[in-house]
Design a protein around this ligand. Structure first.
Ligand SMILES: [Zn+2]
Length: 348
């Protein structure tokens, strides 16, 4: 899931995305496919790597009837009816992990993902809620959610992981930082990113120019760096900037990055620099905005260069908290509890 700043887009060698149910070969034996999403961002990218005797698939889309049908078309068509050997998931968000369990059950493929993502996916699937728990309502009140919206949300079924993610296999293969894995006739080094999702896997081809980036390395849009009710003091913006700076050491202009959304691109060194700079600048604008005390819900204007709709309000609030927590961690802002039960942040 993504939102926030629109940034300058780097060079895209494949200008047209593959039509639904078809694939574009972006390198020998590497297929790019798109699945629909139901959100403002209307697609997610998945990839298939030719292992000779079958395929490794990277990411899987949301679990909906329609997207299962698209997979059926892809398996019979571009993947030529050859077996899936492995389903690799970059991170635990529903648009990436959603159909992993279904694909594994259907094809006999093994699941491969980071341990944090696997455990979070299993945990979140086990917690179905018909109404937001009291602690979650309190979290939103402290964050400064618009009171009318909060009153409405208290009465509605919240976003449930289990509505969008099929049951996961009871075992999986763990990948961790620095691992070497063989996929599509190539060796890849696993490097983990932080900030958008805990332990987000990226794959860097050894002796070649392909990088599988998931949502850690997106062109044109900045992924959501959100604070969730389970970890209210989390500081994902600082983690994100640190990941951009760390991964920059491995980035080269000639690499072709295969992202989780939008189109494959060249120009990773510039893109990483641009993403880190974008959040540094957002922190500067937010700090100025805190010349007077503000709630989290009062902080959208300096962060987002587009209007925040009701649909994107939750993501926007989560990301506002992310930047506010970063300013507090850096000693640039302090917060005090207001009489209405909502924090007020102000510049230190
Ligand atoms: Zn995503």
């Amino acid at each position: 899931m993504t939102m926030t700043q629109k940034l300058r887009v780097p060079d895209h060698p494949f200008p047209e995305p593959p039509a639904p149910g078809t694939a574009t070969e972006v390198a020998p034996g590497v297929l790019w496919m798109q699945l629909p999403l139901l959100w403002a961002l209307n697609h997610v990218n998945v990839y298939a790597l030719d292992d000779g005797d079958g395929w490794t698939v990277i990411d899987t889309g949301l679990d909906t009837t329609k997207i299962r049908e698209v997979w059926e078309t892809l398996l019979a068509g571009p993947l030529g009816g050859r077996p899936l050997r492995r389903v690799v998931v970059t991170h635990h968000h529903p648009d990436h992990v959603g159909l992993a369990g279904w694909l594994c059950a259907k094809t006999g493929a093994g699941l491969v993902m980071p341990r944090t993502g696997y455990l979070l996916s299993r945990m979140l699937r086990a917690e179905e809620q018909s109404l937001p728990p009291r602690a979650v309502v309190e979290f939103y009140r402290r964050a400064g959610m618009d009171p009318e919206l909060l009153a409405q949300r208290r009465t509605e079924r919240p976003f449930n992981f289990t509505d969008w993610v099929a049951p996961l296999p009871l075992d999986y293969g763990r990948i961790r930082e620095g691992d070497r894995v063989r996929m599509g006739g190539r060796d890849w080094i696993v490097r983990m990113g932080e900030g958008h999702a805990a332990e987000h896997a990226t794959f860097w081809q050894e002796g070649g120019d392909l990088v599988i980036g998931g949502d850690q390395l997106l062109p044109g849009i900045s992924p959501n760096l959100g604070v969730q009710p389970t970890e209210p003091e989390n500081d994902p913006v600082t983690d994100w900037i640190a990941s951009c700076e760390r991964l920059a050491a491995f980035a080269r202009s000639e690499q072709l990055v295969l992202p989780g959304h939008k189109k494959p691109y060249h120009g990773l060194p510039e893109r990483l620099d641009q993403m880190a700079r974008g959040h540094h600048e957002a922190l500067d604008r937010l700090e100025k905005h805190l010349a007077v005390p503000r709630t989290g819900g009062d902080c959208f204007a300096p962060l987002f260069r587009r209007s925040v709709t009701r649909d994107s309000y939750g993501l926007a609030l989560a990301e506002a908290l992310g930047h506010l927590n970063a300013l507090v961690a850096q000693g640039r802002a302090i917060r005090e509890m207001g009489d209405d039960g909502a924090w007020r942040w102000r510049a230190a």
